[in-house]
Design a protein around this ligand. Structure first.
Ligand SMILES: *Cc1c(COP(=O)(O)O)cnc(C)c1O
Length: 385
């Protein structure tokens, strides 16, 4: 059976070139980068080279990069450690209703520990409006965290405008860029932000590795206590192969970016247009234009997303309904509810996310099998009047 992977927002395969670069660091060059003997210096150098590669992709300085165990840890550290370190300035933070759970649950943790959090709404296209952010700011607000690109509906936020509002009010700004890193150009200086989270496995690097960009001068504590690795920002022996892989993935992403943006935008449009024109009672979710290239999200009326996934799976097509973290629960995704979709429509959501190896043939295969699947499910549905 033909297998078609259309879930690149959940994770991606490690690029072969990345894999080849990583391999020696598991075996031959296995030393602890903190060790004093000379062979270990080679490992230290590899870690520092990776730091430069990450920094280059987002226009940061190498010393502004803290390696973490992934996007989740970076989000936790940005929010929890920043808030705790700076709480003498105030105990109020702001985030949006469509954030990843790594951000929302970090905010909840702070709420349980004496902080207050305002969760601002988004408009029907899944975009935070600058005026909404402005209105939520209080004298005791110390941190704003708004994601760059949404993992479920693909909408890209006006981070530059939002960060400017934060700066005018002397509030730190963090963005979760896990879904945009390596997919669209990212420039932390141009965006004017203090912190940014990234994760290697969302753009062809290994799982379990990510980073936090921390602008020089931004004060933050640490989540993990122990050794003085990462300039005392993150204790623990470095995940050297993971870090080397993240660096290589950044280098490759930078080289391929312009061509990939163009190709995935086109391919995504072919898939979106094909679905919307052949399947009635279907709507696109998220912003029609300002979205992550190759990210397609739709809602079909009168069907359950879970049923669509099962039928696609039988045909070898891997996709998701809402985010991978929420499937398994029967509640419609918080993101789809936040853009104002009624629960019964949000239940019929499907997310297809394309990647570097996706082809026109893959897209056309989905366009061929999806309409009869939806039609069959609708025939069986008690929801159809
Ligand atoms: C995947 C994802 C994360 C979590 O990253 P991990 O490296 O899997 O911990 C955080 N935020 C967003 C938007 C994501 O898509």
């Amino acid at each position: 059976m033909k297998l078609v992977y259309m879930d690149h927002s959940a994770t991606t395969p490690v690029d072969q070139e990345v894999f080849n670069t990583i391999k020696p660091y598991y075996t031959d060059v296995f030393y602890n980068p903190s060790s004093a003997y000379s062979p270990a210096q080679k490992v230290r150098k590899a870690v520092e080279k990776a730091r430069e590669q990450v920094a280059l992709l987002i226009n940061a300085l190498p010393e502004e990069i803290i390696f973490t165990s992934g996007g989740t840890e970076a989000d936790n550290q940005a929010i929890i450690s920043y808030a705790i370190t700076n709480m003498e300035k105030g105990r109020h933070i702001i985030t949006s209703a469509i954030e990843h759970h790594a951000v929302l649950d970090s905010c909840k943790y702070l709420i349980n520990n004496g902080f207050e959090c305002t969760v601002i709404p988004v408009n029907s296209l899944g975009v935070v409006e600058p005026e909404t952010l402005e209105k939520a700011i209080r004298p005791d607000t110390i941190l704003i965290s708004i994601m760059h690109g949404n993992n479920e509906i693909g909408s890209i936020q006006p981070i530059k405008e939002l960060a400017e509002i934060a700066r005018e009010n002397q509030i730190a700004f963090h963005t979760d860029a896990v879904q945009t890193m390596g997919k669209i150009p990212l420039d932390v200086k141009a965006l004017g932000i203090n912190m940014l989270s990234g994760s290697s496995h969302k753009f062809y690097g290994p799982k379990g590795t990510g980073f936090l960009y921390l602008k020089k001068g931004t004060r933050i504590g640490r989540l993990l206590h122990g050794g003085s690795q990462e300039r005392k920002h993150r204790a623990g022996t470095e995940n050297v192969p993971g870090i080397v892989g993240l660096g290589k993935a950044c280098e490759l992403a930078g080289e391929r970016l312009p061509e990939q943006v163009e190709r995935l935008t086109k391919l995504g449009k072919r898939l979106t247009d094909g679905i919307l024109t052949t399947i009635p009672n279907t709507r696109l979710t998220g912003h029609p234009v300002d979205r992550i290239p190759g990210s397609v999200s739709v809602c079909f009326e009168f069907v359950e997303g879970e049923s669509i996934l099962l039928m696609l799976d039988q045909l070898g097509i891997m996709a998701s309904s809402g985010s991978a973290c929420t499937s398994g629960s029967l509640d419609p995704s918080h993101v789809l509810l936040a853009i104002g979709l009624p629960a019964e429509i949000a239940h019929g959501s499907l997310r297809l996310t394309l990647g570097k190896d996706s082809t026109v043939e893959d897209v056309d295969y989905v366009l061929q099998v999806l309409p009869p699947i939806i039609e069959r499910l609708r025939q069986m549905s008690p929801l159809v009047r």
